[in-house]
Design a protein around this ligand. Sequence first.
Ligand code: CUA
Length: 351
Amino acid sequence: MSEDSRRADKIPVVQMLVVGLIASAIGIAAGLAIEWFPEQASTQAGPIDHLYDVLIWTSVPIFVLVTMVVLFSVIKFRMRPGEENLDGPPIHGNTKLEVIWTAIPAIILVVLCAYAWIVLVDIEEAQAGEMRVNVVGQQFAWTYEYPQSDGKPIKSNQLYLPNDRPVRFYVKALDVIHDFWVPAFRMKVDAVPGIETRYRITPNRLGTYPVVCAELCGLGHSVMRSTARVVTPADFNTWIAEQKAPAQAAGGGAGAEVDGKTLFTDGNGTATACSACHTLADAGTSSETGPDLDEALAGKDAAYIEEAIVAPDKEITPGFQAGIMPKNYGDTLSAEELDALVKYLGDVAGK
Ligand code: CUA
């Protein structure tokens, strides 16, 4: 058999088609069987997951086709012993084939883009009765603000949302670029210093879901997390009322007793809890993101402890890095809260 006649062997189209169909079926089944996303907790989640399934249906067969042509060509047209110095037959191209393989992917892309655009426009439509929540990203914590009719927004480091109520997030960043993402809601957007970005969701499933930062923003990026709680409208109103109550008490001059241990374990609604990052035996916490306070603060005086809270980068515990602990505790804690926290840590650290 001459070189030319062997090269001109008929391409086993039928066999390749059968293998390709089987491989595509397996690929699509696997793609649809894998749980790519967490539970759906917003009305936006369904259409987005469906869009993703459509992309699997279209992209798996294309991937299989391309892979098969490549594998076939590598085997069929490989160099055989004795051919090392041959140039191979000259190729003149094939205009018809090139037009086809350019036009078909272009049409598929345009159709998929149009579909994705329609889905996005649809799920981002303005809803009646929308609630506004301002989201502020800062190394390395999220803060949520609920504007109130009295002009004093409620601030929280946990995201509370009433079930079935449309919400629109207005997202800002104070330092570097972050990205506000609740995977269970699916939508996400960058938080960019100097501009305000937005998106809408309607939570539709009661529960607790992680909030994460989806933009590498520094050493503490991985701990820039909080919690989204979707609660009943009644529970939400109760929570709002609770958030207002302490502020009114303080305004009246008769603030409730401030408890340092509670501040340490729970934060104060604006300041992130110390327990999220620090080990302290008395509070029963064991996170190792920041220094173990039983070691770092043992035997230290109040001035030292206060500085460690409000100016954390002035002195860094060996083995840890500057810039991870939020630098805004001087703002997010009131003077009484700071005093209570310093006193508590002085009393129990290392004991
Ligand atoms: Cu903020 Cu990553």
